[in-house]
Design a protein around this ligand. Sequence first.
Ligand code: NAD
Length: 306
Amino acid sequence: MQNINKIINGKMYADSLLREILPLSSNYSDKFLRNPCLAVILVGEDPASKIYVKNKLLTAERNNIKSIEIKLLKETTEEHLLNEISKLNKDTNVDGILVQLPLPVHISEKLVIQSIDPLKDVDGFHPTNFGALFMGDPNFIPCTPLGCFYMLKKELKNLDGKNAVIIGRSNIVGKPMASLLLSSNCTVTITHSKTKNLREHCRNADILISAIGRPEIIDETYIKPNAIVIDVGINRLDLNNIKTNEKKYKLVGDVRFEKVINIAQKITPVPGGVGPMTIACLMHNTVKAAYMNKNEDFVNIIEGFS
Ligand code: NAD
């Protein structure tokens, strides 16, 4: 297979999912005389977070979803943030609430996540939603693993019996990813920074999902021939030119793409892989929240869920 055909085009899959979401959000506006509404809270000035929030808001606007952006100073108290969330919880015209992570160290992420109404928790991080996912009865599924799962289902159709290895055990990616793959009959291994013989685990993977956050540490020696590789990592490599003082950077994943593509059956690029899917899944969850807010049925458009 030519290498170009091995690329899993996350942008294309995201556009395809958004094309299914747009009519649902338009029908919603016709019926309820307002657009689905997503509130996003950004605390502080983290440059990466600012870019993520901007992209989320832009995608919302393009898909007939109203967005409310609440920007708070990095010195904001935990009490103030919880108060803002409480107001959004009570506002019947707000369907989804997202607090951009990470938060400044003086604010408890755990407390913040727990304070969001589970019915508006479009990130799927609230313990109620997290627990429901692990019990096999999900409501809101975290957007990044949902996006990875969407692409895997499109690529492979049937995941029964596949050996899936996940690198990373975070609540945002690794753990919910494991639950989704388990519910699709994969044999799942979660690995992490203390795992012994990481390479051997990975070489057993029909599906390898990397969510580490270290530039290109997974090379071709970690890959089983014909594996499907999903690279969740986003790492910024500075390419500053000392002579001209020009500041440049490039984004790379956890996986050494140019080498691994020769061995893998399929691979997601960075950028253009998991990132766009994460945002599309956020739009999916927001429109779903809007329908639930009006006690209306939402026919799930992501395969594998009712
Ligand atoms: P995290 O820091 O919470 O978790 C990283 C995980 O990697 C940990 O479980 C740790 O045990 C493991 N790890 C660290 N070093 C390791 C090593 N040498 N070998 C094996 N495991 C190791 O990070 P996270 O929030 O899960 O994010 C992971 C990466 O995914 C980051 O680069 C992040 O930017 C990216 N990310 C991308 C998206 C997206 O939309 N594309 C969304 C979320 C996160």
